[in-house]
Design a protein. Structure first.
Length: 322
């Protein structure tokens, strides 16, 4: 059966890969985006498809459509972007989720919500299971995103309990791959852009802080499995690659894979920057039969090849903070 599927943030990094998969599967896809941090070029190849539609819209305003499934991905997700307009960021998370939940309630649609590992803050439990409630500074510079996403999860589960809306919540850990915005300020895109340009590679702190990096194709597989899971599976479920690397190790891999002569320089660690981030994906393995397949070296090679193929002059930094 062909489903009418709405993807908010559908022209973004993750959203565009999801739209690719849904269009290829023959679903009728409506991609909604306000193009703050996304690129029309991410979905330009889909515009001629009869089962794809692109709508410029901001999810902080209500949207009236008839749909069967909703993937709620809309929100700037890189620190430099979400801190540029923190009030807009928390509105996107909270009001955007409220609007999409209202649409799901009216149309009886399933709704998938893209939450984040940032709900765990600077964790005191490692790796992080879904049962861990986090260590978040509610008034810090990252709170607009961290607390916005936490509040959106609250809304999801309140709509489930009060209105029986069929929700699916995943917590995404660091993801990378083709179509990352070159100026999103994340470590993978920063390091690759700097290495290919022969610039110094900037590490904040001493580089001992760790992250787990999941290739985009693996993550999208998890999205689809979560949406297709039985109706008693609501989450939250961690989706990420449990392989843990220090930021310094990542920089060294990027330099090696690009053959760059870049030097590593160190700057002060930003406030509330987590020192460790690694998912416990036991629940995803047991509930969804999902785990990532693509190793960091393979994923970085694919991502570097994509960065080599683009013209950076076609990308403008969405904010001064990159």
């Amino acid at each position: 059966m062909i489903k009418r599927v709405l993807v908010t943030g559908g022209a973004g990094f993750l959203g565009s890969h999801l739209c690719d998969r849904l269009v290829s599967a023959g679903q009728d896809v409506i991609c909604v985006d306000n193009f703050f941090t996304s690129q029309k070029s991410n979905v330009a190849h889909l515009l001629g498809k009869p089962n794809f539609e692109l709508v410029r819209h901001d999810v902080t305003h209500p949207l009236w459509l008839e749909v069967d499934e909703i993937y709620n991905l809309a929100c700037p997700a890189a620190p430099g972007h979400y801190q540029y307009n923190p009030i807009k960021t928390i509105k996107t998370s909270v009001i955007g989720a409220t609007n999409m939940l209202g649409l799901a309630k009216r149309t009886h649609a399933k709704i998938f919500h893209a939450s984040t590992s940032e709900v765990y803050g600077d964790p005191t439990v490692h790796p992080q299971p879904e049962s861990y409630r986090g260590n978040v500074n509610p008034i810090g510079p990252r709170a607009c995103y961290d607390e916005g996403k936490r509040a959106a999860e609250t809304l999801m589960f309140d709509y489930l309990r009060q209105n029986k809306v069929n929700i699916r919540v995943v917590r995404i850990f660091n993801t990378y791959g083709p179509r990352m915005h070159p100026y999103d300020g994340r470590v993978v895109s920063n390091f690759i852009r700097q290495a290919l340009g022969g610039e110094d590679i900037t590490i904040y702190g001493d580089g001992s802080q760790s992250r787990s990096f999941c290739y985009v194709d693996d993550l999208i597989n998890g999205f689809l499995k979560m949406m297709d899971a039985p109706d008693d599976v609501h989450g939250p479920i961690n989706l990420g690659n449990p392989g843990e690397f220090t930021i310094l190790e990542l920089a060294e891999q990027v330099i090696a894979l690009t053959g760059s002569k870049s030097q590593i320089i160190h700057r002060e660690l930003p406030e509330d920057d987590p020192l460790q981030r690694q998912p416990d994906i036991t629940l995803a393995r047991n509930t969804l039969g999902w785990e990532p397949k693509i190793a960091l070296r393979e994923g970085l090679t694919k991502t570097i090849d994509w960065f080599k193929s683009i013209d950076l002059s076609h990308y403008r930094p969405p904010t001064p903070n990159y």
